[in-house]
Design a protein around this ligand. Structure first.
Ligand code: PPE
Length: 322
């Protein structure tokens, strides 16, 4: 990870090296946090954020599910993200908003643990490697299931949810593979450790239904792109063997963008990047870079303003850290 100058913490820009938290933060002990993953791409020399509004909304929804009062409005969070990008002089970057319960008391019930909000940005290249975008990745189905919807709040992008993603990813890495594919507790294909998944069969796209997966912003974008191209997209449960006999398969996510899946459990799905995957991938990459006028409403131009309000002077809630 390449350090940048500042991380936004509780309304202030803090030097990268100083952006530390207390060892007794509740979020560290119990996974009480929510986060987002967002990307800005350089368009005409300026940073443009892909579907920023949807990501900020999901961040706020995740916080609501976790009973965390962020203390910032959608507008304030949007401006804070813009400020963090521009103050770090970045054009294209990954953006990681994170909210967690800080220190105060310990014990499962968070009683006196102020909500901390940070926004970090840094340059992040291809999530699964540059080569993967062209040649695809090798995967295995994970022995760890995706969470059952009554076990964890799967619609919240909660930090604690990611424990099983980490376990699944580590197991895949130990086997020399790039990524894990997680199944639902009922045994259907759900998603990657940090991506949604699509298969292509007989010219149609199929992706697991929303009830079992994180409602990915990229997933939603791909459905719209594919339908606009005239493809049928079905949001439907499919099994591990349906995945194995697919004509093509790919992951999608903010970090992973559109990454072809070449192999699952030692079996070849397609020889590198299949034709429909390639078409969807190139359309996606063109549109996030502002090269497709049909999807301009998904691009949020970052305003650089000296008058920006979110800063030390307008911290909107009490914090013990300042
Ligand atoms: N499923 C999971 C489990 C997931 O973590 C992500 C994003 C997605 C689907 C796709 O969602 P979206 O980005 O809205 O299209 N994973 C984020 C974090 C990855 C990480 O390693 O950290 C991301 O892509 O930013």
């Amino acid at each position: 990870m390449e350090p940048v100058d500042y991380i936004w913490m509780d309304s202030e820009l803090i030097e990268w090296d100083d952006a530390e938290v207390h060892a007794l933060s509740h979020g560290l002990h119990y996974g009480t946090g929510v986060f987002e993953g967002i990307r800005a791409y350089e368009v005409n020399g300026e940073p443009v954020v892909f579907r920023l509004e949807e990501h900020v909304e999901r961040f706020m929804d995740s916080a609501k599910i976790m009973s965390m009062d962020l203390g910032y409005s959608k507008k304030e969070l949007t401006e804070a993200i813009e400020k963090t990008i521009t103050e770090n002089n970045l054009k294209s970057c990954y953006i990681r908003p994170l909210a967690f319960r800080g220190h105060g008391s310990l014990g499962v019930n968070p009683k006196n643990n102020p909500i901390r909000v940070i926004i970090a940005v840094w340059p992040w290249g291809a999530y699964l490697g540059e080569e993967a975008l062209e040649k695809g990745v090798e995967t295995q189905t994970a022995s760890w299931n995706r969470h059952h919807r009554n076990v964890m709040p799967t619609k919240a992008k909660a930090t604690g949810n990611y424990v099983n993603s980490v376990l699944a990813k580590q197991a895949a890495a130990r086997n020399g593979l790039d990524e894990a594919i997680m199944l639902t507790p009922e045994g259907y294909v759900a998603e990657g450790s940090g991506e949604n998944i699509f298969i292509v069969r007989d010219g149609e796209l199929i992706t697991p239904p929303k009830k079992d997966v994180l409602e990915g912003v990229t997933r939603d974008s791909i459905i719209q792109i594919a339908e606009d191209k005239g493809y049928t997209v079905r949001e439907e449960e499919f099994t591990r063997d349906q995945l194995l006999r697919a004509d093509e398969a790919f992951f999608c996510g903010t970090a992973a963008e559109v990454t072809p899946i070449r192999e699952v459990d030692g079996k070849e799905i397609s020889d590198g990047r299949g034709p429909i995957t390639e078409e969807i991938q190139s359309t996606y990459m063109n549109l996030v870079r502002g090269e497709n006028s049909e999807y301009m409403e998904w691009l949020h131009k970052v305003e650089r303003s000296e008058e920006r309000r979110v800063g030390k002077e307008c911290r909107s809630r009490w914090s013990p850290y300042h």
